[in-house]
Design a protein around this ligand. Sequence first.
Ligand code: PHE
Length: 354
Amino acid sequence: MHESLVQLRDDALADLAAAADAEALEAWRVRYLSRKGGALTTAMSILGSLPREERPAYGAAANEVKAALEAAFDARQAALKDAALAAELAAGAVDVTLPGRPPSIGHLHVTTQNLRQLYAVFAGMGFEVYDGPDVETDEYNFGLLNIPAYHPARDMWDTFWVSQNKPGFSEKPGLFPKLVMRTHTSPGQIRAMRERCPEPIRVVLPGKCYRYEQITMRSEHQFYQMEGLAVGKGIRMTDLIGTLREFARQMYGSGRKLRVRGSYFPFTEPSIEADMDCVLCDGKGCPVCKYTGWLEIAGAGMVHPVVLRNGGYDPDVYSGFAFGMGVERPTMLKYSVKDIRYFYGNDLRFLGQF
Ligand code: PHE
């Protein structure tokens, strides 16, 4: 083969091997194979200047080189394509053996957890859970609980009234009951009594309560209460105190002290407040108990005869006790939560801690 053709072929193949991407490959094609000014075209063009007898051999050799370079080009192009695909696959590969991202699983709200703990303690003493509605009538929230419209005790439970845009409401105000967001769980006492009378009753009534309150670190306009009610024959104040003492023992540990103070509620007579010695300082006095050594756990008392009668029970035959306790407050004490607003702020940084 003609010397210059051998040189051309070897140079071209060496260059091709060095072409590492599509761009270099195209540059190579233009340089060697392009019809205009490609190295091979140039090599062909000298054909006419060769002695006549050398021309056929030279032409054949040049064609052979051309075919070889074209084949080499195709092979290189295919190889580069495969390599690019392999690289792409390797870069985007999914490692199926990696553990998946776990979905974040929620849990019960701290107040719900607390309520369930309360249910468990009182279930052990024979109390069942009884639900009442959040929207109450004025009659159940106040009137039947011995708090008539003029009674100053209504100030203790300032509330939200529910507007009722029913036709005829303004003309005949007596026709529809006035509705309120319940200010305490006590209206449930009447509902339970009217439903169960004359059976004996032992229920707890949990639920959200609403008050027209200035919202502060210590008071929200919505909060939970849990009411307790026992009605039967021969139920006495000592039963109430014993029940609250047992509650304190189970919730906060044996050795808790309980004390009661006289108080006033229109629907109990006599009325008391029950305090427990402070769980944080063991009664020595600390900021949480305001240096009194005591924490208030419930308002309570013997069900007022008027309330018993409103529930359908003859107060000469039946008696009962009732108590009402806050649900958020004990959590605040237990975990030193400074602000009650966290409970309804829906901030997972707070809720996730319980
Ligand atoms: N309902 C009262 C309150 O909201 C608490 C209470 C319940 C007091 C039952 C006595 C008996 O303050």
